[in-house]
Design a protein around this ligand. Structure first.
Ligand SMILES: *Cc1c(COP(=O)(O)O)cnc(C)c1O
Length: 460
């Protein structure tokens, strides 16, 4: 299996190379050259299997020769053993035809653990075999950083630096990043918003001298291996509701478009998905783009669902690549135009996007009301991100079962949840003492030179 760049101008890589690299050298994102498909029988055979066995079946064709079957099974087993629910991704019912996929039973209580725990094990295996050491730098709106730190802390062949926007993550998210004591963990609080953090990260990747000098590796949602890990729960949940004999739809609270893009891959692989619904908060660039074809940056307005406070949605580039008939030059041109703040999606590409995706948005008030009403109606306490999803899903219900992805545990966002349901959600017992632990964090300016110097100094 070969991986190619969405901008058509970078070397083709194997799965392992694409995983260890992250961003392509032409600024693009790696995607598989072809998407392997599963027959109806193969999908039907997933019924009744464990999450780990389904993960093996779904991901195996994408991984190529990188690992033996036994090695890959071992990697998957280690990735998910720390989850606190046997099903890993359990479904609960909200209404007759509406289900919630709880993706928050991993070590940091957000869906990012599904991909990050796997990537941690994959990196460890590959780097140990090659006797290599890498520097992982990640930008986070909150949950990626904690998930990455949890997955990589204490590993001997990795330093992990996490850039987060100072003052714009929740107390719990910050504590999760700043309280681990491992010396290979470096939490950096940057003056700016998430898009500034993400831009600094991209600039580091585009500085080849720095990139090669520190052996930079990326684990942001641009990393293909992360998208791949997320494809698995689309299959496991759909099959438990009767796929492939019955269609399902999904609603996905979306920021960087990684999670919902995984759903699109599941559909391309043959999973009968009727609709993929993009749910945004008030930072709604994706919803606006789906409505009128104009992808236009506006400033980020901080919300109660901070992990979706994003205006440049990196993985959308992968969807555009397909919508433009896999024309890397066309994508490169759009991304160039975006430097000036916007681009217009061609009519042909919009048609392809609308065949696969619909969209909706939730305001802050609607999000709060959804947390209250779902608690009153069925006793489920939603985090604000999941509530954005449920609100938009409720507008798209029909005879086909709808699965809404619950992306974080409510206790990660206790202030909003407490306001909506009149009690404070408790952290699970294993995290109860985190709020009292001392923090270790470095405040940094939004200045590329400063950041790169700091990273070089820390790993020296
Ligand atoms: C990251 C995150 C999202 C957005 O996921 P994308 O893959 O970036 O679209 C939604 N909810 C939570 C809780 C998150 O951490």
């Amino acid at each position: 299996m070969k991986y190619i760049s969405t901008r058509g101008n970078a070397p083709e890589l194997s799965f392992e190379e694409a995983m260890l690299t992250g961003l392509a050298r032409d600024g693009g994102l790696y995607v598989p050259e072809t998407i392997p498909t599963m027959s109806t029988e193969q999908i039907a055979d997933l019924a009744g299997k464990s999450y780990e066995d389904i993960a093996f079946e779904i991901m195996r064709p994408f991984v190529g020769q990188a690992f033996s079957d036994d090695e890959f099974r071992g990697i998957i087993a280690r990735a998910y053993e720390g989850f606190r629910h046997d099903a890993r991704a359990p479904l609960v019912q909200l209404a007759p035809n509406h289900f919630l996929l709880e993706l928050f039973h991993g070590p940091t209580l957000a869906f990012k653990d599904f991909a990050m725990q796997l990537i941690g094990q994959l990196f460890q295996f590959s780097l140990a075999r090659q006797n290599e050491r890498v520097t992982i730098v990640g930008a986070t709106s909150g949950d990626t950083g904690s998930a990455a730190i949890e997955a990589f802390r204490g590993l001997s062949n990795v330093d992990v630096f996490i850039l987060f926007p100072h003052g714009r993550v929740s107390d719990i998210q910050r504590k999760q990043m700043t309280t681990p004591e491992d010396s290979n963990v470096h939490a950096l609080a940057m003056d700016g918003d998430f898009d500034d953090c993400q831009a600094a990260l991209k600039d580091m990747f585009n500085d080849f001298e720095f990139r090669d000098g520190v052996k930079l590796a990326g684990v942001n949602s641009i990393n293909w291996a992360r998208v791949l890990a997320q494809v698995v729960y689309y299959f496991s949940s759909a099959v438990s509701l009767g796929a492939p004999h019955r269609k399902v739809s999904f609603t996905v609270p979306t920021g960087n478009f990684g999670d919902i893009f995984a759903g699109y891959i599941a559909k391309k692989m043959g999973l009968p998905i009727e609709k993929l619904v993009i749910a945004t908060n008030q930072n709604d660039i994706l919803h606006r783009a789906m409505e009128n074809g104009a992808y236009t940056k506006e400033g980020v307005t901080p919300s109660i669902s901070p992990s979706m406070d994003i205006q440049v949605s990196s993985n959308f580039e992968r969807a555009l690549f397909d919508a433009y008939g896999r024309d890397g030059n066309a994508v490169a041109q759009l991304m160039d135009e975006l430097k000036d703040g916007s681009f217009t999606i061609s009519q042909g590409a919009m048609e392809v996007l609308r065949e696969n995706f619909t969209s909706g948005r939730a305001s802050e008030d609607e999000t709060m009301q959804t947390i209250s009403s779902e608690f009153a109606n069925c006793g489920e306490v939603l985090c604000p991100h999941s509530a954005v999803g449920v609100k938009v899903a409720n507008e798209n219900l029909n005879e086909i079962p709808m699965i809404t992805l619950a992306t974080a545990h409510p206790a990660k966002f206790p202030d909003a949840v407490e306001q909506a349901v009149a009690h404070r959600p408790d952290l699970p017992p294993h995290m109860a003492d985190m709020m009292d632990k001392p923090e270790r964090v470095t405040r940094v300016p939004n200045d590329l030179g400063h950041l790169m110097a700091l990273i070089k100094e820390r790993i020296a």
